[in-house]
Write a protein that binds this ligand. Sequence first.
Ligand SMILES: *Cc1c(COP(=O)(O)O)cnc(C)c1O
Length: 320
Amino acid sequence: MLTLPTYEDVTAAAARLQGQAHRTPVMRSRTADQRLGASVFFKCENFQRMGAFKFRGAFNALSRFSAAQRQAGVITFSSGNHAQAIALSARLLGIPATILMPLDAPPSKIEATKGYGAEVILFDRYQCDREALTTELAAQRGLTLIPPYDHADVIAGQGTAAKELFEEVGALDFLLVPLGGGGLLAGSALSARALAPACQVYGVEPLAGNDGQQSFRSGAIVHIETPKTIADGAQTQHLGQYTFGIIRRDGHDVLTASDAQLVEAMRFFAERMKMLVEPTGCLGFAAACHAGLPLAGKRVGVLLSGGNVDLRRFGELLAA
Ligand SMILES: *Cc1c(COP(=O)(O)O)cnc(C)c1O
């Protein structure tokens, strides 16, 4: 039996992150409120250290390493933000980091990861099983694997973003959260359950890969091929055991957003709110605008999960 993390773990993570992670701002927009006929609260993790919420889970997990684990080092696989999060956290804590990244990850993310001092190993995500490759390397080199989402300490750390949101703005009727492997959604659901039990928590994933929706609705984890979408932070093939357990228990449903809707949301954030939000970070707001939820007159939290996008790519997406 799996022991799922609890809200107490989120609280403990918040204490470890104190003074290390930013307490990111909650932003408002009259245009967004008018458009949705609702009160919308954007939790801006695009302003988190290294540009995404993933710093929270990574730092929390590495903080719990024993002296022997710290000395040997950490290994992980990631399409980008988790890689940077582990690399930065490892540097802050003086732990060596080895990171497997897909060949087609955004160059800015690969460079940033190397910049934090991690050893980066590139692989072809359409050809090889990254989890198997990582496990093999971990065993060979005696490294501790911290996966991007299916880990109790990672989930607990990610839950601190929604915890801050509820503590700052009070109860919400809806919370919309980008969904890849489910660490952010599971952590958010733990915080919602403790701090705003009536809040309906939704995951939002790319339309091109709705494994989370299928899994949530069928009650069993569904595996898919790597989806082709501009939401590179949510190109996951399946939920994890821990994340699925929590999402199924505490989540309300899983929605989807198309790439075109993500571009529209990116444009909105840039034009109206003067913010750079990466495609994956736009999933929640895209669903708020298009998924047909009954938001009128409600208090709606939207988690903006990250802001790491190459500027050239950003320009291309908006110009298309
Ligand atoms: C990783 C990531 C996600 C998805 O998070 P999961 O915990 O895998 O569900 C969403 N947005 C951004 C910006 C990410 O980096």
